[in-house]
Design a protein around this ligand. Structure first.
Ligand SMILES: Nc1ncnc2c1ncn2[C@@H]1O[C@H](COP(=O)(O)OP(=O)(O)OP(=O)(O)O)[C@@H](O)[C@H]1O
Length: 263
């Protein structure tokens, strides 16, 4: 893939400076010695700002590791990760944490809400942890935008899975991050709730100009993205622009056939 690979249609000719996310030769091995697994093997890619990208591939192909390294939740063994033009891989733990808080939002499959906190408290947690001012209007606004403006005082156990994930999205967006990473955000949801979540992620991109990167196993979910990146054995194995669910499923079925094609 060229450095302006995914999303290049939107910002044709834009260089690395316009990229929300850039990985250069990122390598990550889990475990050591005999039990070592190379989860990422020299991944290079660039995503333009304001794009929605799905990451797909067989189980164990390195999707979660890619997301976690790109989000600064794990450190690569080698290579460079840049978010919004700034290198993430350098610095100590405190610097990495600050970087994450300022620029990155993360949505997990299992929501990761704190059960003892209300919807509003969960939503503002990233602001509090960053020592940022909590503006009540902003909290209301972000919860309204995910359809939960009337649930501010509820606790997670009073919500459905889809509602919990919408709180998680509000929490990811409240800091106005440059990039939102979502790891199987619809994996635990019914079709309708999944559609709500995908629509919200799409709105974050198209209405608010965020950049979203989403790991999914579901070709229908992937079809909501502008582009799909395919991974196989820790390497990029192709991209698909303006994906349809059928085209994604077809490509997945033949992923092993053309590991170097289309990259
Ligand atoms: N913490 C870890 N310790 C050891 N091995 C790991 C760890 N995390 C991931 N791996 C291994 O690294 C490889 C890539 O894992 P990763 O979770 O990134 O793949 P994935 O494509 O997200 O898989 P899935 O679709 O099943 O979630 C796999 O072989 C996995 O077993």
């Amino acid at each position: 893939m060229t450095m302006t690979g995914v999303g290049a249609r939107r910002a044709r000719g834009a260089g690395p400076a316009a990229q929300a996310l850039r990985l250069v030769k990122v390598t990550k091995t889990h475990g050591s010695d005999g039990g070592a697994v190379r989860a990422l093997d020299g991944v290079t890619l660039g995503l333009e700002r304001g794009t929605f990208t799905a990451v797909m591939g067989p189980s164990g192909s390195g999707k979660s590791t890619l997301l976690r390294c790109a989000a600064g939740l794990e450190r690569p063994d080698a290579g460079i990760v840049m978010v919004d033009g700034e290198e993430l891989s350098g610095g100590d733990e405190a610097a990495l944490t600050r970087f994450r808080r300022e620029r990155i939002g993360f949505v997990f499959q299992q929501y990761n809400l704190l059960e003892t906190l209300t919807v509003a408290q969960n939503t503002v947690l990233p602001l509090r942890l960053a020592g940022r001012r909590v503006d009540r209007r902003r909290v209301r606004e972000v919860l309204d935008s995910v359809g939960l403006g009337d649930r501010l005082g509820h606790r997670p156990d009073q919500l459905s899975g889809g509602q919990r994930q919408r709180v998680a999205i509000a929490r990811a967006l409240v800091t106005e991050p440059r990039v939102v990473f979502a790891d199987e955000p619809t994996g635990a949801l019914d079709t309708r709730s999944a559609r709500d979540v995908l629509r919200l992620l799409g709105d974050a991109v198209r209405v608010h100009g965020r950049t979203v990167v989403m790991v999914t196993h579901d070709p229908v979910a992937a079809s909501w993205a502008d582009s799909v990146l395919f991974l196989a054995d820790g390497r990029l194995a192709g991209t698909l622009h303006e994906p349809t669910a059928d085209a994604v499923a077809e490509r997945l079925a033949h992923l092993g056939d053309d590991v170097t094609a289309g990259v």
